[in-house]
Design a binder for this molecule. Structure first.
Ligand code: AMP
Ligand code: MN
Ligand code: MN
Ligand code: MN
Length: 283
């Protein structure tokens, strides 16, 4: 099954409108799709409707920013009720600090001679509630400070580099509870990206599981083949469902396009097998 259960539209920090992401998924052979905008379900109706019109089975999705052990961890939610009041309130609260953070990021960049970054990032922002580092990164590329967004995330906006502003997101408990109580499945996104020690990573999965978390991304844009095998082991060790998603943001920036990931390693239970009743089938 060519499932792609992680990607972004202009409702968060992707560059394509939800309808265009749907069309690209369909054209690339995706057989089950979820749009997972950061901290936001505002694109879900459009994504669903577009998928329906294209004959593309759909699951609701989001990617929630969480602070765990002082590190930002992303939790993907799949198959929930997007109108659930506690979830939508929780996501709104999670989005709440982004504006002030963005202004602080701009002040930090000004200290190293990059002035007006906030104003520069704004034209890239599709959703005023969701100004993100990605929008700053696009501005720094457009203004010639860096040659691509990868370079931005090496030189700026990350811990220890200019423009980084520590931020407190949702708690792991909140994110997992909001998703689960809305009828969905919580999934640890791209675990290889966090660079946790083995002890920290064990603590993350142990706590995630205890809170009701049920899945882990095994195959995703940021994972190497070795990472996929490693997190296949994690899925078996913690009895977690395995997910697969490109984390596509933009045709110009994303290394992995929608629907072009390798298959899940064998011996795992795909997360979509536990979500059959939540899949919106076309027709
Ligand atoms: P924010 O939610 O504002 O902290 O922004 C996080 C987003 O920045 C991620 O979802 C990615 O889209 C992007 N990002 C973070 N780190 C990197 C990286 N190393 N390379 C490319 N994009 C990144
Ligand atoms: Mn992003
Ligand atoms: Mn992420
Ligand atoms: Mn993502």
């Amino acid at each position: 099954m060519n499932a792609d259960l992680h990607c972004h539209s202009s409702v968060s920090d992707g560059t394509l409108e939800p309808e265009a992401v749907a069309a690209r998924a369909k054209a690339n052979g995706v057989e089950l799709w979820a749009l997972t905008d950061h901290d936001e379900v505002g694109g879900q109706q459009r994504a669903r409707a577009a998928a329906q019109a294209l004959g593309l089975p759909y699951l609701t999705g989001t990617e929630i920013s969480v602070t765990f052990a002082g590190v930002t961890v992303h939790i993907v939610g799949l198959g929930f009720d997007a109108s659930d009041a506690r979830l939508t309130r929780g996501l709104a609260a999670t989005r709440g600090g982004r504006e002030a953070r963005a202004r602080e990021m701009s002040d930090e960049l000004a200290k190293v001679g990059i002035v007006g970054a906030y104003e520069g990032a704004l034209p890239f922002v599709g959703n005023p509630d969701l100004i993100s580092r990605t929008h700053f990164a696009r501005h720094l590329v457009e203004s010639g400070v860096c040659s691509d967004t990868q370079e931005v995330f090496r030189r700026f906006l990350v811990e220890g580099k200019p423009g980084f502003v520590p931020h407190r997101w949702a708690t792991l408990r909140d994110a997992v509870t909001w998703i689960g109580d809305a009828g969905g499945i919580a999934v640890v996104a791209h675990p290889a990206r966090y660079k946790f020690t083995p002890t920290e990573e064990y603590a993350l999965f142990t706590e995630f599981k205890a809170l009701g978390g049920r899945g882990v991304e095994v195959v995703t844009g940021a994972h190497s083949a070795a990472d996929a095998l490693r997190y296949a082991d994690t899925a078996r060790e913690f009895d977690l469902l395995a997910s697969r998603g490109s984390d596509f943001h933009s045709p110009e920036e994303s290394r992995i396009d929608l629907g072009t990931l390798p298959p899940l390693p064998g011996g795992l239970t795909p997360v979509w097998e536990a979500l059959t009743s939540q899949i919106l089938a076309p027709g």
